[in-house]
Write a protein that binds this ligand. Structure first.
Ligand code: NCD
Ligand code: ZN
Length: 353
C-alpha cells in the first residue's frame, strides 16, 4: 500500500471502457447515461436480445444508444456466427463495426446462440482479418471445470493467432495467471481487457463468506495468485492490458436466479483510481484507461480531460433496479461532474493540457 500522501485530484485524458453491456429496450437509457457520466468512449458488446448480427441490427442499436447518451463515442461490435459470409462481414465493417465477438456456445449470459465449434468460424475470421476488424473473444471452454475454463480455452486462442497472423485479437476480461502469462508471451496482435472486479476481488469475496451473487460473473473470479498476476502486469504498465469493465447489469430478480454479470460501470473509475494511488502508480492510470485500448484498436485518443477527486461518497444500494458493485460501501474517489453539460460526459474538462 501507498507510502506517499495521496493527491487531492487526478487529471487524466478522458477514458475508454473497451467492454460494456448496455442491454436493450427500456433498460438501455439508464445504463447508457451511467456510461456517459464516467467514460468518453465505450466498446459495446453485441449479446443483446435479439443479438447484433447484421448491419441493420448494428445501425439500429447504435442509434438507440446515441439517442440515450448523445455525447458518448461508440465503438460497435457484432456477434460472430458460423456461416456468416465475407460480404456480410464487409457490410458490418462499412456500417461502423470495429470488432466481432466470439462467444463459445453456452459460455456466458446470452450465448446459447454462440459457436459450438471455433473452427467453424475460421472463414469469418479470415474475412475479418481481410477487412481490418478485430476479434474479441470470450475465452472460456464451457465443458471444463468452472475455475479452469479460461486456461482450457487458451489453445483455441493460440490456434486463431497462428492461423490469422494479421488479425487483432482481444482476450476479454482476463481472469487467471495462465491467461496473463499467455497474453504477455503472445505476439503483438493479442491484447486483453481487464475488469475492475478481476483486478480487485477473488473467489473468497464471492463465496468465502456469505455467497455474494453480485460478484458472480463469467469468467469466475479466481484466487489470490491469479489476482496478483493481473495486478502485477497492470501496474507494470504492459500496453497489451487495457481497461474493459465488462459492466453487465442484471435486475435483482435475475441475479437471484443465477444470472452472471457485475454492474461495475458506476464505480469502475473510482475503484481504479484508488487501486493505482494505493500502489503509488497514479501515473499509470491514464495509460490503462485512456491510451492502451485506443492504441490497440487504432482509434484516436480522446481529447478531453477528466478530474477524479479524492472525495468520499457512498455507492447507492441500487441503481435502475440493479445492485452495483461495491453497493453501500464508502469509496474515496469520485469523478467530477460538470453541471453545465447535460449531454456529454458530465465530468470532461475539455481544455487541452
Ligand atoms: C456478461 C453479460 O451479462 O452479458 N456476463 C458476465 O458474466 N460477464 C456476458 C459476458 O461478458 O460474459
Ligand atoms: Zn462481457
Amino acid at each position: 500500500m501507498s507510502r506517499l500522501a495521496p493527491p487531492e485530484a487526478l487529471v487524466i485524458r478522458a477514458p475508454d471502457d473497451m467492454h460494456v453491456h448496455l442491454r436493450e429496450g427500456a433498460a438501455l437509457a439508464g445504463y447508457a447515461a451511467d456510461a456517459a457520466r464516467q467514460f468518453a468512449r465505450i466498446l459495446v458488446m453485441p449479446n443483446t436480445h435479439p443479438p447484433v448480427w447484421s448491419p441493420g441490427d448494428l445501425a439500429a442499436y447504435r442509434e438507440g444508444i446515441a439517442a440515450a447518451a448523445p455525447g458518448l463515442d461508440l465503438v460497435m461490435t457484432f456477434k460472430v456466427r458460423a456461416g456468416m459470409d465475407a460480404a456480410t462481414v464487409r457490410a458490418l465493417r462499412d456500417s461502423g463495426a470495429r470488432a466481432g465477438k466470439l462467444y463459445p456456445q453456452g459460455a456466458t449470459t446470452n450465448s446459447g446462440d454462440g459457436l459450438a465449434s471455433v473452427d467453424a468460424a475460421y472463414p469469418v475470421f479470415e474475412a475479418m482479418e481481410e477487412c481490418g476488424l478485430a476479434l474479441c473473444i470470450h475465452g472460456e471452454e464451457p465443458s471444463a471445470p468452472a475455475l479452469e475454463r479460461e486456461e482450457a480455452f487458451l489453445p483455441e486462442v493460440e490456434g486463431i493467432l497462428r492461423r490469422f497472423p494479421r488479425l487483432k485479437v482481444v482476450l476479454e476480461h482476463v481472469s487467471s495467471a495462465a491467461g496473463i502469462a499467455f497474453v504477455r508471451e503472445a505476439s503483438g496482435n493479442l491484447a486483453a481487457t481487464v475488469t475492475v472486479h478481476h483486478l480487485l476481488y477473488t473467489t473468497e469475496d464471492l463465496l468465502g463468506g456469505k455467497l455474494d451473487v453480485h460478484l458472480f460473473c463469467r469468467p469466475l473470479l479466481k484466487g489470490a495468485r491469479d489476482r496478483a498476476a493481473i495486478q502485477e502486469a497492470v501496474l507494470a504498465g504492459d500496453r497489451r492490458l487495457f481497461f474493459g469493465s465488462d459492466s453487465a447489469p442484471h435486475p435483482l430478480a435475475d441475479k437471484q436466479s443465477g444470472a452472471a454479470g457485475v454492474y461495475s460501470m458506476p464505480v469502475s473509475l473510482p475503484l481504479l483510481a484508488a487501486f493505482f494511488v494505493d500502489h503509488d502508480a497514479a501515473g499509470r492510470l491514464e495509460d490503462f484507461v485512456s491510451r492502451f485500448g485506443a492504441e490497440f484498436y487504432g482509434l484516436p485518443l480522446n481529447e478531453g480531460r477528466v478530474r477524479i477527486l479524492r472525495r468520499a461518497w457512498r455507492v447507492p444500494d441500487e441503481l435502475h433496479g440493479v445492485v452495483p458493485l461495491a453497493a453501500g460501501r464508502e469509496l474515496q474517489w469520485r469523478v467530477e461532474e460538470d453541471p453545465a453539460s447535460l449531454t456529454g460526459p458530465h465530468y470532461v474538462d475539455r481544455r487541452e493540457p
